[in-house]
Design a binder for this molecule. Structure first.
Ligand code: BDP
Length: 721
C-alpha cells in the first residue's frame, strides 16, 4: 500500500473523535452515532421533520438539525408535509396546528418566553416528538437541547423536557478594540473584522452565534469597556448593523459600550454633562439613529469614572445622573443600560474593596427601570478567589447584574487550564444573608430575592481569532460553562464539565471521570499556587502576568501589590475588620461577626480580612508561614497531578488537542513553580523563617524573579498606553 493510501486507510478506521482537529467546532461536534441500537433508535424517532411557521430563527433551528442529522447519520434529515408516525414537529405555540396543543396541556405554564418544551406526545394515535416554545428563540434553544440529548447519547423515545432561562440578559462582554486588539485577550485578535464590515460576513460570525445560542447566550457587547466613541459614528453603526443582522437569527442582540464623552468626541459639543439639554438630545438622537438601523439593538454598557474613563463625575454629577440620562435615550426603543459599578479612585484613601459599595449603595432605588448595575463577582478585581461583592444583596431596589471574567487575566491567561465554572458556582452559592439564611448571590442575580423584573449576567469573553477560539483547548469549557450558568445559576459545575467533555472530546466514562475531576480541581490548584489563604492582587504590574508581590512604586497606591498584602515583620494580610478598614461592615450578619475574628474566618479568606502574624497557629497546629508554604507547594503538586492525568488520556483524544494540552500543562507547571518560588522568597524576607523542607529549594534567588520583564505579554490594549 502506498503511503498515501495507508494514511487514508488509517483515517477511515480511526474513530472520528481521534482524528486530528483544531478545535474550531467547539462543543457542536456531531460525530456519527456508532452504537448500532442507538442509531437505529434515533433514526426511528426522527421519521420526518415538519415545521410550522417561518422566519430566520426557525430557519437557523432547522439548519442546525440538518447539520446534526447529517453528522450523526451521514444522511439528509427526512422531512414530512404532515404529521405522521414519529415525526419531529417544530413550531412555536402560535404556529402549531390547534390539534397538537391538547397533548401539550399544562406544559406551557412551566416555561417563560425563552423557554422550551420537548416532548414525545400522541396526536390522536400518532406518536410524535414536538419541540415548541412561546418564541422562536425558545424554539432554537429547544432544538439545540434536543441535539445535545443525542450528542450525549441519551434516550429520546420518551423525551419530556421543559426548561427556561432563569436570568434574562445573558451577555458576553468583548473587551475588543476597533483596531482588533483585545484588552486582556489571550486568544489572538478580535473576531470582529471592522475594516471589512459591513460587506464581508465571515463564517466565524455565524459559528460564534451558533455556539452562543446553543448555550442560551442572548446578547453580545461588541466593544471594550474602555470605549472608543468612534463606534458610535454612522460608518461604524453600519458595521454593527451587519453583525446584528447575523446574530438576530440566533436570538442574540448586540450592545455597544458608550464612551461618556462621545458627544464631544464623535459629536461636536463642548461638554458631556448629563444635565445639559444638548447632551441629552445628542444621546437621544444617537439612540434614534442606532435603532433606525438596528431595531432590536440591546443598549449600552458603560464604564464611567473608573480608571481614567470619563463620566458624570467630571461634571459634578452622579452615576445615577449619568445612567438615567442614557436610559432615557434608549427607553423609547426598549433598550437597557448596563452601568458598571467597577469604580475606585486613587484620591480616595479608603480601602479599595469598599469604594464601589460606598459610592453606589446610597443610590439604591434611584436608577431608572431599564438600568442594570453591573457588579464584578468580588470587591477587587477578578482575582483567583475573592469573597462575593458586598453590593450583592445591598441594593434591593436596584437590579444588579453579575460580571464574571471568562478571559483568564489573573488566572494564567490562556496558558493555564483552570475550569472557571467551579469558581462561578462558588460565588453564586455564597450566602449574603441579607434577607436571612439562603439569600444567595444566585437569588440576587436571578431576581427572586427582591422580586426584580430585569435580571442579567455578563461574562468577559475569552474569544479571539485563535483557530480554536479560546487559545487553550480547555478555555472553551469556560465559555460553555458561563453560558450554562447564565441560563441556570443553580446547576452543578460538575455536570457542566461532564457535558462539555462528552461533546468536545470523548464520551468514554474513564476519560470523563478522570478529566472532569482534573477540571474541577484545577480551580483550587490555581488559587494555591498563586494566591492561597486570601492573598490577592500580588501579580506583576500592567500585563498582570506572573508574580509581583514586591511591586510598590506605582503612582496609584491601590495598584501596588504591597497595598494588598501589607507584609511586614509582624505578619501579612489586609485588616478589613473593625480594627482595620472595616470593609466587613458592608456585609450582613452573621458574616460580619464571623469574619471579624481570625478564629472563625474560613482559611480561604484569612488574609483577605486579617493581618495575621507569621507564627500564628492555624487550625492544623502549624504556623501561618508553614501553611502558606504548604499551600504553594500543594498548588504545584496539583498541577503535577494534572500533568499525570492528562498524560494517560492519549487514547481518548485526537493528537492535536492532546499534544497542545500536554505542552500547555508543562507551561502551567513551570509557572506554578515560578509563583511558588518567587512569592515565598519574597515573603520570607518578612517572616524571617526558613522554608519548610517539603518545599524544594527555589531555582533562582529573589532578585532574579524581580528582574523578569515581559514587554510583549499579550492582552495589554492601547487604552493602557
Ligand atoms: C481590570 C483590567 C482592565 C479593565 C478593568 C475593567 O485589568 O484591563 O479595563 O478591569 O474591568 O481587571 O474595567
Amino acid at each position: 500500500m502506498s503511503k498515501c493510501l495507508y494514511f487514508i486507510f488509517l483515517l477511515a478506521i480511526l474513530p472520528l473523535n481521534l482524528r486530528s482537529q483544531d478545535g474550531y467546532d467547539l462543543w457542536l461536534q456531531y460525530y456519527p452515532i456508532e452504537e448500532a441500537t442507538l442509531r437505529e433508535n434515533y433514526s426511528t424517532q426522527i421519521q420526518g421533520l415538519i415545521t410550522y411557521g417561518s422566519g430566520a430563527t426557525l430557519d437557523a433551528a432547522v439548519s442546525e438539525l440538518e447539520k446534526a442529522y447529517a453528522g450523526f447519520f451521514d444522511a439528509s434529515i427526512p422531512t414530512a408535509i404532515s404529521i405522521k408516525e414519529n415525526s419531529l414537529v417544530l413550531g412555536t405555540r402560535d404556529n402549531l396546528p390547534a390539534y397538537v396543543l391538547p397533548s401539550l396541556e399544562g406544559e406551557f405554564t412551566k416555561i417563560n418566553s425563552e423557554g422550551y418544551i420537548i416532548k414525545k406526545i400522541r396526536i390522536g394515535n400518532t406518536p410524535a416528538t414536538v419541540i415548541t416554545a412561546e418564541t422562536e428563540a425558545g424554539l432554537l434553544y429547544g432544538t439545540f437541547r434536543f441535539i445535545k440529548e443525542m450528542q450525549l447519547r441519551n434516550a429520546i423515545d420518551k423525551i419530556s423536557i421543559t426548561d427556561s432561562p432563569k436570568i434574562q440578559i445573558r451577555v458576553l462582554n468583548h473587551w475588543d478594540n476597533l483596531d482588533r486588539t483585545v484588552e486582556r485577550g489571550y486568544a489572538g485578535f478580535s473576531i470582529w473584522d471592522w475594516h471589512h464590515l459591513p460587506e464581508l460576513i465571515k463564517p466565524e460570525y455565524i459559528d460564534y452565534a451558533r455556539a452562543n445560542a446553543s448555550i442560551g447566550i442572548n446578547g453580545t457587547v461588541l466593544t471594550n469597556v474602555n470605549a472608543s466613541s468612534v463606534v458610535l459614528t454612522s460608518a461604524y453603526i453600519e458595521k454593527v448593523k451587519a453583525l446584528a443582522d447575523v446574530f438576530r437569527s440566533y436570538g442574540i442582540k448586540v450592545y455597544l459600550t458608550a464612551r461618556f464623552s462621545s458627544p464631544m468626541e464623535s459629536g461636536d459639543l463642548e461638554t458631556a454633562d448629563p444635565f445639559d439639554p444638548e447632551v441629552k438630545q445628542w444621546w437621544k438622537d444617537k439612540a434614534d439613529e442606532i435603532y433606525a438601523e438596528i431595531p432590536d439593538f440591546g443598549g449600552f454598557l458603560v464604564k464611567a469614572n473608573s480608571e481614567g474613563q470619563p463620566g458624570p463625575n467630571n461634571y459634578g454629577r452622579s452615576h445615577v445622573d449619568g445612567a438615567n440620562m442614557l436610559a432615557e435615550a434608549v427607553a423609547p426603543h426598549n433598550g437597557i443600560v448596563m452601568w458598571r459599578a467597577f469604580v475606585y479612585s486613587e484620591h480616595d484613601p479608603d480601602d479599595r474593596a469598599k469604594q464601589a459599595y460606598s459610592e453606589f449603595v446610597p443610590f439604591d432605588g434611584q436608577f431608572h427601570d431599564n438600568v442594570l448595575v453591573q457588579v464584578k463577582n468580588g470587591p477587587i478585581d477578578f482575582q483567583p478567589r475573592e469573597p462575593f461583592h458586598p453590593m450583592f444583596g445591598a441594593m434591593p431596589d436596584t437590579p444588579l447584574m453579575m460580571e464574571f471574567q471568562i478571559t483568564q487575566e489573573y488566572l494564567g491567561f490562556s496558558s493555564h487550564l483552570v475550569y472557571l465554572p467551579k469558581m462561578f458556582e462558588e460565588v453564586l452559592d455564597e450566602d449574603t444573608y441579607v434577607q436571612g439564611e439562603g439569600s444567595t448571590v444566585a437569588k440576587v442575580i436571578d431576581g427572586t430575592l427582591s422580586n426584580k423584573k430585569l435580571t442579567g449576567i455578563a461574562g468577559v469573553a475569552n474569544i479571539g481569532t485563535a483557530k480554536n477560539w479560546t487559545g487553550h483547548p480547555f478555555g472553551q469549557a469556560n465559555w460553555y460553562g458561563f453560558g450554562r450558568l447564565a441560563w441556570d445559576p443553580y446547576i452543578d459545575s460538575e455536570e457542566i464539565a461532564e457535558d462539555w467533555l462528552k461533546m468536545t472530546f470523548s464520551k468514554d466514562k474513564d476519560f470523563v471521570d478522570e478529566v472532569s475531576e482534573m477540571m474541577l480541581d484545577s480551580r483550587e490548584a490555581v488559587v494555591n499556587y498563586m494566591t492561597p489563604l486570601g492573598l490577592h492582587h500580588i501579580m506583576d504590574t500592567g500585563h498582570h502576568y506572573g508574580p509581583g508581590p514586591w511591586v510598590g512604586n506605582l503612582d496609584r497606591p491601590e495598584w501596588n501589590p504591597v497595598y494588598y498584602h501589607r507584609a511586614d515583620s509582624l505578619g501579612v494580610g489586609f485588616d478589613r475588620t473593625t480594627t482595620g478598614s472595616n470593609a466587613l461592615a458592608q456585609y450582613a450578619e452573621p458574616l460580619r461577626e464571623k469574619y471579624n475574628s481570625i478564629e472563625t474566618t474560613p482559611e480561604q479568606y484569612l488574609l483577605w480580612f486579617h493581618h495575621v502574624p507569621w507564627d500564628y497557629e492555624m487550625k492544623n497546629g502549624k504556623t501561618l508561614w508553614h501553611n502558606m508554604a504548604a499551600k504553594y507547594q500543594q498548588g504545584v503538586e496539583e498541577v503535577e497531578d494534572m500533568v499525570k492525568t492528562w498524560n494517560e488520556m492519549e487514547e481518548y483524544v485526537d493528537e492535536e488537542r492532546f499534544a497542545t494540552t500536554q505542552m500547555l500543562l508543562q507551561i502551567q507547571l513551570k509557572e506554578a513553580k515560578w509563583w511558588r518560588d518567587a512569592v515565598l522568597l519574597y515573603f520570607k524576607q518578612f517572616s524571617e523563617m526558613e522554608l519548610p523542607e517539603f518545599v524544594p529549594t527555589p531555582e533562582h534567588d529573589l532578585e532574579y524573579y524581580q528582574s523578569l520583564e515581559f514587554p510583549y505579554a499579550p492582552g495589554i490594549s492601547p487604552s493602557w498606553h
